[in-house]
Design a binder for this molecule. Structure first.
Ligand code: SF4
Length: 288
């Protein structure tokens, strides 16, 4: 039995940077407060909590004056920076550069004309999406699927952006839908501007993951259920290999999955630590 960890799995550079910040600051005497779950992986969060990191929410900001607060890779809306400043909280900003760039583009389009219709394809309430909507004074329209694209008014200029970890295929379908609707109404697509803002770290993994899954008899995909890119990448696994299982820890592995299998692949989200995939591999070795 050959068990292989996908060489492209593991933290992306944005998550790596946030985790390094958390590890370094945890060693300082005053410790570090992280605003929200540092990464959508409870096991990794637990590891960092053991080092001294404390997870807080927005309502706690006023209680940590003169302390350091980490902003994770997902970023935050401008209101969070103002709140921290007014409470003398020092921000350590680990917003991923890819997200920062997207925030900047959205802000530019909004500032050009506040009547521009800014549309964000993403998960409502997700931290990154909240940070993006905050660039438009809360005015951006968030859509989570193609059905909700019906809510977009094509009579006004539309600027469509995507959350960095959204589903690429669905984004393409939304783009096609809007352009076709505009052509059938006006004979042109002058009002529709679509920005390609899905993160390359996620997008480039899709064909590689598909190939990895097609070459294995069994796939163990390690992630947490609240990871957007984890859910999206697991769909890729299932479409490429029907023998794909989503697990959050080694304890969830079942012996029957391994029956008559000679090759097993282990992969995960951009928020899944390598050490957790190695634990899954170790457990899998005991079940073959
Ligand atoms: S998935 Fe992309 S945008 Fe998100 S943290 Fe990683 S590198 Fe940054």
């Amino acid at each position: 039995m050959k068990i292989e960890i996908d060489k492209y799995a593991g933290f992306c550079f944005g998550v790596t940077k946030a985790i390094q910040n958390a590890e370094n600051l945890s060693k300082e005497a005053q410790g570090i407060y992280c605003l929200g779950q540092i990464v959508h992986n409870a096991k990794e969060e637990d590891r960092l909590k053991k080092l001294g990191m404390i997870t807080i929410n927005h309502s706690n900001i006023k209680e940590i004056s003169n302390k350091k607060m980490l902003i994770r890779a997902h970023g935050e809306p401008p209101a969070t920076y103002k709140l921290a400043k007014s409470n003398n909280v020092e921000i350590i900003d680990a917003t991923c550069p890819v997200v920062l760039n997207l925030q900047k583009k959205i802000k530019e389009k909004y500032n050009e004309n506040p009547n521009n219709q800014i549309v964000i394809f993403g998960k409502k309430g997700h931290a990154e999406v909240n940070g993006l909507v905050g660039q438009t004074n809360g005015k951006a329209l968030v859509i989570s699927n193609i059905k909700e694209a019906n809510n977009i008014d094509i009579n006004k200029p539309v600027f469509l952006f995507s959350q960095t970890t959204s589903n690429y295929q669905e984004y393409c379908r939304i783009e096609t839908y809007l352009k076709e609707k505009s052509i059938s109404t006006y004979g042109n697509i002058d009002n529709i501007t679509v920005f390609q803002t899905i993160c390359p770290s996620v997008k480039n993994r899709i064909p590689r993951l598909r190939e990895f899954c097609q070459n294995k008899e069994l796939i163990l995909f390690v992630s947490d259920y609240n990871s957007s890119n984890g859910n999206m990448l697991f769909e890729v696994c299932k479409n490429a290999n029907s023998q794909s299982y989503f697990v959050t820890s080694p304890d969830e592995l079942e012996k029957k999955w391994f029956k008559n299998k000679t090759s097993v692949g282990i992969s995960g989200a951009t928020s899944t630590p390598l050490w957790l995939m190695e634990q899954v591999k170790k457990k899998a070795n005991t079940l073959v």
